[in-house]
Write a protein that binds this ligand. Structure first.
Ligand code: NDP
Length: 602
C-alpha cells in the first residue's frame, strides 16, 4: 500500500505522502489548552444566549404541583420520549425547556441557509405515525422545526408545557421519593420520574480569544440569528446587510450554510478560517410522489436501519439512501469484492478503509480546485484529514462564494484568529474591520454534562452529578446512574451513537417508555441501577472504546476527538464502541429478556 493509488476518476495519489500531510496538519493545530480554549457563555457573555424568537415579558405563576413524568428538553429526544410514552399510555407528562416552543436545536438554529445534511426520510422522526412526508431529500430548517411542532400536536404534548423556563436545580427528596425541580420562574414542582433530553449540541460556545467584549459593532452567535439586524429569513434575502462589512468566525457545518447568503448580501464578507470543512456536492431532489405511493408500512424504520447498518460498516444488499455518508462504505465494498482473498483480517480491512477514505478526500480536494478560481484560496480550502474526523458537509454554493469579489477567505493556517478589537478581527497582525461579527464557533461538547445542562442534579445523600462524574461518567447503559433514581439520561455518553442522531434518540425513547410503563403499571416507587450493573457497564465501555481512539488520535482537533485529546477519560465518557447496531441489539435483547436486569425496583 505504499505505492501510487488512484481515485475513481483515475487521479494518482500516494497514501504515505497523504498520511504524512495529515499528520503535519493535525500537529499544527494541536494545542495544550484543548477544550479549555473555549469560553463558557455566562456572566458578561450571557447576552449571546438571549432568545431572539420570543416576545419579551413572559410571566406565569410558579408551580408547586406533582407530575408523573417531567421531560426536560423539547427537541427530538424529548418529543420522541413524549410520543413513545403516550403510545405506552402515559398521560401525565410535562415538558420543560428554556426556549419558547418545541424544536430543540431546530428551534435555536434558524440562521440563513439552515438545512439538514442527513436525508430527511431517515432524519425526521415519526413520519409514518404523523403521516408526514418531507418535501425533498434534504429538509430545510423551517420544515424540520414545523415537523417538531407537528409531532407535539399529534401526541398532544402541548397539554402541559413550561417553556421559557430555566431549571436551576434538580434535587432528589428521599422522604417522598420524588424529584424537586426548581426553576427561574419560582417553581418547586415534584416529579416521580425525570427524563433528560438535553441534546448533544445545546450550549453554544465562544472562542477564548482576547477582546470579545471590546468589539463595538454588532455581534451574535449563529444559533441566535438576529434577523432584526440582517433582514431576511432562514431562506436568505438578508437585505439588512447591504453596505455592511461582515465577519464570520468559523468554517464548520454552520458556516458552510451561512456563508453563501451573507456573501450574497453584504458589501464585504471576511470568513475567518482555522480548519476547512470537507464540502461535497449536494443532490437535493423533490420527493417523488410515485416513490411515496410505492412505500409499504414499516418503510421508515427499514430505511433508517439500512442507513445505520451501512454507515456502521455493516453489509446491506441495497444502499437505499445512497449519498455521501454511505459512499466510503460503497467504495470499500467494491474494493473488498475485487480482492482475490475475500477473508480480510480486521487490520487489512482498516487499511482498505483508509484507502477508501483517501480516495474520497482526494475527490473533495479536487472539487475545490475545480470550483475556486484563486489558487491560494483553493489551497487553503482543502481539508487534509480523514472524512469523519469532522462533520462532512454537502453544499453547492459554499465554494463558489469565494469567487465573489466581495468575499475574502482569511486563512489563519490552523492557528485561529489572534484577537478581537473595537473595530474587528486581527489575524497575523492584520486588523480586518467589520460592522458585524458572527460567531459560527460551535457548541460545547467535551465539557461536563451538568455544565451543558446549566443546572446540577442532586441525588441521594446530597450527592451531585457534577461531583459524581468528576472523574468520568458512571452509568448503566448511559441512562441510569446509581444514587440518581427515577432519572433517565438521554445522551451519547456510555450509550449508543448513530450518525443520524434521531435514530438513537428513538431507541432511547422506546427504551425509556418500556421501563417506565413497567414501573408505572407495577406502582413502583423507585427504579435505579444496581452498583454491579453500573460497574460492569463502565468496564464494557472502556474495553470496547480502544479501536476508535486510535482513529481519533490521528484526527485533526475538533469536538469529535476532544480537541485533539482523546485520552482514557474520553474513552469512559464516550459512546459504546461496539457500534450502534450491536448496542441496539443489546437493548432489544435486554427488553426481550424481560426482568429489567441490572435495575433495582422498590
Ligand atoms: P463546529 O464546532 O463544527 O465549528 C466551529 C468552527 O469554529 C470551526 O471551524 C472551528 O475551527 C472554528 N473556530 C473555533 N475557534 C476558532 C478560533 N479561535 N479562530 C478561528 N476559528 C475558530 O460548529 P458548527 O456550528 O459549524 O457545527 C456543529 C455541529 O452541528 C456539526 O458538527 C453538525 O453535527 C451540526 N450541524 C449540522 C448541519 C447539517 O446537517 N448540515 C449544519 C450545521 C450544524 P476548527 O475546525 O479549527 O476547530
Amino acid at each position: 500500500m505504499t505505492s501510487q493509488n488512484t481515485t475513481r476518476t483515475g487521479a494518482a495519489f500516494n497514501p504515505d505522502t497523504l498520511r504524512e500531510k495529515y499528520r503535519q496538519e493535525r500537529d499544527k493545530r494541536l494545542r495544550d489548552d484543548g477544550n479549555d480554549q473555549y469560553l463558557e457563555i455566562k456572566g458578561t457573555y450571557e447576552h449571546f444566549l438571549d432568545d431572539p424568537y420570543v416576545e419579551p415579558g413572559f410571566t406565569r405563576e410558579p408551580l408547586t404541583d406533582e407530575v408523573e413524568v417531567v421531560i426536560i428538553g423539547g427537541g427530538f429526544g424529548g418529543l420522541l420520549t413524549g410520543a413513545r410514552l403516550r403510545e405506552a399510555g402515559v398521560e401525565d407528562i410535562r415538558f420543560i425547556d428554556t426556549c419558547g416552543d418545541f424544536g430543540g436545536t431546530w428551534y435555536w438554529n434558524r440562521y440563513p441557509g439552515i438545512a439538514c445534511d442527513i436525508e430527511s426520510y431517515i432524519y425526521l422522526p415519526l413520519l409514518e405515525e404523523t403521516g408526514y412526508m418531507p418535501k425533498q431529500k434534504y429538509s430545510a430548517g423551517d420544515e424540520i422545526l414545523e415537523h417538531s411542532q407537528r409531532i407535539a400536536k399529534h401526541y398532544d404534548l402541548y397539554r402541559d408545557v413550561c417553556f421559557q423556563t430555566k431549571i436551576e436545580e434538580l434535587r432528589w427528596d428521599e422522604e417522598i421519593s420524588r424529584w424537586i425541580i426548581s426553576t427561574n420562574r419560582g417553581d418547586r414542582m415534584k416529579a416521580h420520574y425525570v427524563a433528560m433530553a438535553l441534546g448533544p449540541l445545546n450550549q453554544p460556545k465562544l472562542p477564548g480569544i482576547p477582546g470579545i467584549n471590546d468589539f463595538k459593532g454588532h455581534t451574535f452567535h449563529a444559533c441566535r440569528w438576529d434577523y432584526d439586524y440582517t433582514g431576511g429569513d432562514s431562506h436568505g434575502n438578508l437585505t439588512g446587510l447591504a453596505g455592511k462589512r461582515v465577519g464570520i468566525l468559523g468554517t464548520g457545518a454552520t458556516s458552510v450554510q451561512v456563508v453563501p447568503h451573507v456573501g450574497e448580501a453584504a458589501e464585504q464578507l471576511y470568513v475567518f478560517q482555522r480548519t476547512p470543512s470537507s464540502v461535497d456536492v449536494k443532490h437535493n431532489d423533490p420527493t417523488d410522489p410515485e416513490w411515496v405511493k410505492s412505500l409499504k408500512p414499516g418503510w421508515h424504520q427499514h430505511r433508517m436501519d439500512n442507513f445505520n447498518i451501512l454507515v456502521s460498516g455493516g453489509f446491506q444488499e441495497e444502499d437505499l439512501v445512497n449519498d455521501g455518508w454511505t459512499e466510503i462504505i460503497r467504495n470499500l465494498l467494491v474494493m473488498v469484492k475485487n480482492e482475490d482473498e475475500p477473508d480480510l483480517s480486521p487490520e487489512e480491512l482498516m487499511k482498505k478503509m483508509e484507502l477508501a477514505d483517501f480516495q474520497k478526500m482526494e475527490q473533495i480536494r479536487a472539487r475545490v480546485d475545480e470550483v475556486v478560481e484563486d489558487k491560494e484560496t483553493a489551497e487553503a480550502l482543502k481539508p487534509y484529514y480523514r472524512q469523519f474526523c469532522k462533520r462532512p458537509c454537502i453544499h453547492n454554493e459554499y465554494l463558489p462564494t469565494f469567487n465573489r469579489p466581495n468575499v475574502t477567505l482569511v486563512d489563519t493556517k490552523g492557528q485561529g484568529v489572534d484577537r478581537i478589537t473595537e473595530k474587528g478581527v486581527v489575524v497575523d497582525g492584520k486588523e480586518y474591520e467589520v460592522d458585524c461579527l458572527i460567531y459560527a464557533s460551535g457548541f460545547e461538547v467535551g465539557t461536563s454534562y451538568t455544565r451543558r445542562a446549566g443546572y446540577d442534579i442532586i441525588g441521594r445523600g446530597g450527592k451531585s452529578l457534577e461531583q459524581n462524574w468528576s472523574d468520568g461518567v458512571k452509568s448503566f447503559h448511559g441512562m441510569h446512574v446509581k444514587d440518581f433514581p427515577n432519572c433517565f439520561i438521554m445522551s451519547n455518553a456510555q450509550s449508543g451513537f448513530t450518525p443520524s442522531y434521531p435514530h438513537m434518540l428513538n431507541e432511547q425513547a422506546k427504551h425509556i417508555a418500556y421501563i417506565l410503563k413497567n414501573a408505572i403499571d407495577n406502582k413502583v416507587n423507585t427504579i435505579e441501577t444496581s452498583p454491579d450493573a453500573q460497574k460492569e457497564w463502565i468496564e464494557t465501555i472502556i474495553s470496547v472504546a480502544r479501536g476508535r481512539n486510535d482513529f481519533l488520535q490521528n484526527c485533526t482537533p475538533g469536538y469529535y476527538n476532544n480537541e485533539g485529546k482523546p485520552n482514557d477519560r474520553t474513552a469512559q465518557d464516550g459512546f459504546y464502541g461496539g457500534g450502534s447496531v450491536a448496542f441496539i441489539k443489546l437493548w432489544d435483547d435486554w427488553r426481550a429478556e424481560g426482568s429489567l436486569k441490572g435495575l433495582e425496583l422498590s
